[in-house]
Design a protein. Structure first.
Length: 281
């Protein structure tokens, strides 16, 4: 009799779980493990209706700030550059567009959900504090704020990268004595896509026309580009958004500053083990 009761209870439990749609199993979503990009990923998941964050969590939110999780989502924190590599091992991943592009993903066509063009996440040109007004730095900024760069971004990335420069110029700053810069070299740290592509394919030519050499150093992480600018080893960097920079400076005591926003890379939700959003609906 005892065995029959136990068997009956087990059967009832199994039927109950089936009736609930199997939600007892968690859904794994990988997100960037740095503070600002994790918060950005979580805000995207909230905007899509899959979680709810506590009031005021904002751009420093972590998975500990999730107060409603009706889909039993398990958040896996992963180094941002590795997210395309772990995509096959998780149900979904929220990936920065530059790393998505590097991984062969098209944010505009491959993402299952994508954020809007939030100005807070515009990718910025940065230098060591105190160097903002140096002529060669101003020349670099002018080249990045050019119509040539804005057109290149629109043509090449088809919405995966969006220019945020309000009034693109001809690429030159009228207040600079370019003749005095003839023969100068300016170095810049950048991640490969799209930053180094923009610099090598467009900005390098704009500066070369005035006799300025642009030396592009590629990095695949989010740490060294700020360290080498802070130390003076490299003149500038172009790879990050302002919330990340502010968090980095606060944690590391560096004095790197933004001098202009160039583009935004909408963060997207991509399918790994799941090809559609059905598991979340």
């Amino acid at each position: 009799m005892k065995k029959l009761i136990t068997l009956a209870l087990t059967l009832i439990l199994a039927l109950s779980l089936t009736a609930c749609g199997g939600k007892s199993q968690s859904i794994t979503i990988a997100v960037p493990n740095d503070t600002t990009n994790e918060a950005r990923a979580l805000m995207l998941l909230e905007n899509l209706g899959y979680i709810k964050l506590k009031d005021g969590a904002g751009i420093t939110a972590t998975k500990l700030d999730i107060v409603e999780n009706p889909h039993n989502i398990e958040i896996n924190e992963v180094e941002a550059a590795q997210l395309p590599n772990v995509l096959k091992d998780v149900d979904y991943a929220v990936i920065n567009s530059n790393y998505a592009l590097d991984g062969g993903l098209n944010p505009a066509s491959d993402s299952l959900g994508i954020e809007g063009s939030f100005s807070a996440y515009g990718n910025i040109l940065c230098v060591k504090e105190g160097r903002e007004n140096e002529p060669v730095i101003r020349a670099l900024l002018a080249a990045l704020e050019s119509r040539q760069v804005a057109d290149y971004i629109a043509d090449k990335y088809d919405g995966a990268v969006i220019s945020v420069v309000d009034n693109p110029t001809d690429g030159y700053d009228a207040g600079i004595d370019y003749a005095a810069l003839n023969g100068a070299t300016v170095s810049i740290a950048a991640t490969p896509t799209p930053h180094a592509e923009i610099l090598n394919d467009v900005v390098k030519g704009i500066l070369a026309a005035k006799g300025i050499t642009l030396d592009v150093k590629e990095f695949t992480d989010y740490v060294q580009p700020n360290n080498v600018v802070d130390s003076g080893e490299i003149d500038a960097n172009y790879f990050q958004h302002l919330p990340y920079l502010e968090d980095f400076n606060a944690e590391n005591g560096t004095k790197v500053v933004s001098i202009g926003a160039i583009h935004v890379e909408p963060m997207g939700l991509y399918g790994g083990k799941q090809a559609t959003l059905d598991a979340l609906n």
